[in-house]
Design a protein around this ligand. Structure first.
Ligand code: NDP
Ligand code: 2IT
Length: 463
């Protein structure tokens, strides 16, 4: 039997180093949440940045803010039973981690992927806490999903799975309580099926999900928002040092929602994108993935649900590297847009050796900690996920506003707001992360994201 130990105060009698305090704090986190390595990784990254700030602000110590923020409000876990096309009953596990509603209703995506388990969703919900805070919109944090693999499933199977999943989830969510959205394996099709089932059971038409198709309350620019925002953030980082995206060679990983619109916005900015990937391998197109090729990829991935390897059959001048990631292709700007821990220390060293100057993360926690150390040591402009990919949830927040107002803004209006929000995030990073004239974006984003939630928790009393 394992026991759950109570959290110890972070700060001891003094005289110990920050590193000792971080290590002691992390030992408690690991003991209380064993076997959740991604959660430990995400917490460690935040605690390293935030702990010195907490030391300087006694109020956060007294109110045990870091201790409270490393324990989610609640975790709901449930069985999802559904029938496949052969009439066989299948059983998956569904979750919703309701992390914190300190600054707004729980808000964050749903991931359908075979690797989903509690620890993965806790890491994603923890990251969401700081990301949502940075957007400046009133959104708390959550994440959910299931260990369901949509690959190779028919539309009917996906629909029945979504209906079974929502039959349980609908008890816990609502426009003012918890508002899920998409993530890996959950796009417009799945959101449509989930929304239909919520409406059928609860009998209300409300903005309970974001990323909805336009016909029933979706926002223009929501599908584009994460990828566009990642590029706006890269442009903001470059502008700050007197440079721009124009003419830059970019490597993109993934070929899903975020990767597609990151590529589109890179093209809009006059950059060249030379790679895309999926879990099978990478395509390298030295001529660049232009608009026509990108339109073909979107049809391949979003309609035919094919594999990126098919790219080289259509465009034979490109090369397919089975099992490989894009990071050994020389680039100025790396845009990881696939999944967590997809850039290793060695990948980061290769990127730096080949002259990469900017990393802007469309994915959540795609760089391992040792890769981040390599960026820092080599002066790479490092836009971490919780800042650089916040555009997606930001436009989800704008979708919630439009639903509440019962109206829709134009494409231009939403895009302008998105640009403003990304700029605001960049400014917060500059304010809290500037050290010796250089911006440490990780530190700045973590402290700025933490501060707003911490102040809300202090104001709301012990809970
Ligand atoms: P999609 O499901 O649309 O696409 C995911 C892409 O990443 C696919 O190309 C997929 O390849 C690849 N991928 C997934 N898992 C792995 C893996 N283990 N190894 C290699 N490649 C993998 O998801 P999104 O584009 O929406 O999400 C991508 C990332 O962006 C995730 O980290 C997500 O959390 C993050 N994000 C998404 C937001 C959104 O609004 N959608 C907002 C903010 C962040 P394959 O098809 O082979 O699995
Ligand atoms: O990781 C993320 O920020 C998302 N998957 C989007 C969440 C949302 O609520 O739009």
């Amino acid at each position: 039997m394992s026991t759950v130990i109570e959290s110890e105060p972070i700060v001891t009698s003094g005289g110990t180093s920050v590193q000792d305090d971080v290590d002691r704090f992390m030992r408690g986190v690991v003991e209380r949440s064993p076997n959740e390595p991604e959660f430990h990784q995400a917490v460690h990254e935040v605690v390293e940045s935030v702990l010195p700030f907490v030391m300087d602000h006694k109020v956060y110590q007294e109110h045990k803010i870091l201790e409270r923020l490393t324990e989610p409000d609640r975790i709901i876990s449930f069985r999802v039973a559904w029938q496949d096309d052969h009439g066989q009953t299948r059983v998956n596990r569904g979750y919703r981690v309701e992390y914190t509603n300190a600054i707004g209703p729980y808000k964050g995506g749903l991931r359908f992927h075979p690797t989903v388990y509690q620890g993965l969703l806790k890491f994603l919900a923890f990251e969401q806490t700081f990301k949502n805070s940075l957007t400046g919109l009133p959104m708390g944090a959550g994440k959910g999903g299931a260990n369901f693999d949509p690959k190779g499933k028919s539309d009917g199977e996906v629909m029945r799975f979504c209906q079974a999943f929502m039959t349980e989830l609908c008890k816990y969510i609502g426009a003012n309580t918890d508002v899920p959205a998409g993530d890996i394996g959950v796009g417009g099709r799945e959101i449509g099926y989930l929304f239909g089932q919520f409406k059928r059971i609860r009998g209300t038409f409300e903005g309970v999900l974001t990323g909805k198709p336009l016909e029933f309350g979706g926002s223009l620019i929501r599908p584009e928002a994460t990828g566009y925002g990642t590029l706006y953030f890269a442009e903001n980082m470059l502008e700050h040092v007197g440079d721009s995206m124009k003419g830059k060679v970019c490597t993109v990983s993934g070929s899903g929602n975020v990767a597609q619109y990151a590529t589109e916005k890179a093209l809009d900015m006059g950059a060249k994108v030379v790679t895309l990937s999926d879990s099978g391998g990478t395509v390298y197109d030295p001529d660049g993935i232009d608009r026509e090729k990108l339109a073909w990829v979107m049809e391949l991935k979003n309609v035919r649900r094919g594999r990126i390897s098919e790219y080289v059959e259509k465009f034979p001048k490109a090369e397919y590297r089975a099992g490989a990631r894009p990071w050994d292709v020389p680039c100025d700007v790396a845009l990881p847009c696939a999944t967590q821990n997809e850039v290793s220390k060695e990948d980061a060293e290769t990127l730096v050796k080949n002259g990469c100057k900017v990393v802007s993360e469309g994915a959540n926690m795609p760089s391992v900690p040792e890769a981040i150390d390599v960026y820092m040591k080599n002066g790479v402009l490092y836009g971490l996920g919780k800042a650089a990919n916040a555009g997606g949830v930001a436009v989800s927040g704008l979708e919630m506003s439009q639903n509440s107002l019962r109206l829709s803004w134009t494409r231009e209006e939403v895009d302008e707001k998105l640009k403003g929000i990304m700029k605001g995030i960049h400014q917060q990073c500059v304010e809290y992360g500037t050290e010796n004239g250089k911006v440490n974006y990780a530190k700045g984003a973590n402290i700025a994201g933490f501060k707003k939630v911490a102040d809300a928790l202090v104001a709301q009393g012990v809970h």
